[in-house]
Design a protein around this ligand. Structure first.
Ligand code: SAM
Ligand code: FES
Length: 349
């Protein structure tokens, strides 16, 4: 019966909320079948290619106070840093020489980086590396700001919705943040022509299996270009310090369901997944993921961008990370490629 539901999904038919819920509840029985079909779906659009994105975590200042996040404004134990525009541009130069063709500029919501400063950074990287994609992950900004940055040369934007349930959203964030504003930002980004990535944490406090079934329906309807999911991992200096974290088995199963629901989506095996499970990223790729986001930030700031406890890859130079990841990916039968890795809805196989 469960196989029939996976077959139905693989044939691009829509599943109901109850059907997704049945799969999630009985995942242990169907996981291998789901991941085999998810790999086949990925192969249809992307072959065995795994895309790498060079992540530049350029500021750990943030005005927000998300209850789960280690760099929230209220955490006075964070050693705050900001990379200057020339440092960010230099990180991209180093990354280019290592074979990266996508750069992801990520940070907390830090008003130091005005539209003018950010537009200058984006247009410099665009000018230096015309063949690269520039992804931003800067949180919520005005539509005007997103437009300025798009015109400066940004191609993609990552803004996880965190949960598709307003009531759940309100248990993860203080009153100063709004679910409606988050969703509005995602709509603005889509309308402005960005390739948009959304996503959520698996196992975030108060999340139920029913919420996860709703997430899959939400994704099917929204049809984003990218979906970033990773386990929630508690951080010792946040209100959620004593909550339990998400599991790698549920995260990898959801990766398979997302791949089958949106076969052409760009789907990272996240650093958070590699943090809770030494083989998490490899298992994520075996479950249908096709993107990795190694860190390109200077090593001296890496440990300061601690979203959650025990984050991996905070000591290695980017070149070491690439060698390590290439070897890991090879064990899955896939291959890291030097490519922008744009979204495609045209099958190649
Ligand atoms: N400020 C930007 C934003 O809001 O999109 C980008 C930075 S934010 C830290 C990036 C993502 O990290 C969040 O969307 C959240 O899902 C994830 N994250 C934060 N704290 C986490 C935790 N404790 N465990 C796992 N993921 C976490
Ligand atoms: Fe702003 Fe986490 S609270 S980046």
């Amino acid at each position: 019966m469960y196989k029939g539901l996976i077959d139905k999904l693989a044939s691009r038919a829509e599943l109901s909320h109850d059907e997704y819920l049945t799969l999630i509840r009985n995942r242990d029985e169907i996981r291998d079948y789901a991941s085999a079909l998810a790999r086949a779906a990925r192969h249809q659009y992307y072959g065995d290619r795994i895309y790498i994105r060079g992540l530049i975590e350029f500021t750990n200042y943030c005005k927000n106070n998300c209850y789960y996040c280690g760099i929230r404004a209220g955490n006075s134990n964070v050693d705050r840093y900001r990379l200057m525009p020339e440092d960010i541009i230099a990180c991209a130069d180093v990354g280019y020489d290592l074979g990266f063709r996508t750069f992801v500029l990520q940070g907390g919501e830090d008003s130091f980086y005005t539209d003018t400063i950010l537009a200058r950074i984006v247009s410099s990287i665009r000018k230096n590396h015309a063949d690269c994609a520039i992804t931003l992950s800067l949180g919520e900004r005005s539509r005007k700001s997103y437009q300025i940055l798009r015109e400066a040369g940004a191609d993609r934007y990552l803004l996880r919705h965190e949960t598709c349930s307003k009531t759940h959203y309100e248990t993860l964030h203080p009153d100063s943040m709004s679910f409606e504003r988050r969703i509005q930002c995602i709509c603005d980004l889509k309308e402005l022509g960005y390739q948009v990535g959304v996503g959520f944490m698996v196992g975030s406090p108060n999340q139920t299996e029913k919420h996860l079934a709703e997430e899959l329906l939400f994704l099917k309807k929204l049809k984003p270009h990218m979906v970033g999911i990773g386990p929630f991992i508690p951080h010792k200096d946040t209100p959620f310090r004593d909550e339990s974290g998400g599991t790698s088995e549920l995260t990898t199963f959801l990766l398979s369901l997302i791949r089958l629901t949106l076969p052409e989506v760009l789907l990272p095996a996240t650093t958070a997944l590699g943090t809770i499970d030494p083989l998490g990223r490899e298992n994520g790729i075996r479950a249908g993921a096709n993107v990795l986001m190694p860190n390109l930030s200077p090593v001296d700031v890496r440990k300061k961008y601690m979203l959650y406890d025990n984050k991996i890859c905070t000591g290695e130079e980017a070149a070491q990370c690439i060698t390590c990841l290439k070897n890991r990916v090879r064990t899955t039968g896939c291959e890291i490629v030097t490519d922008r890795g744009d979204y495609t809805d045209v099958p190649c196989h």
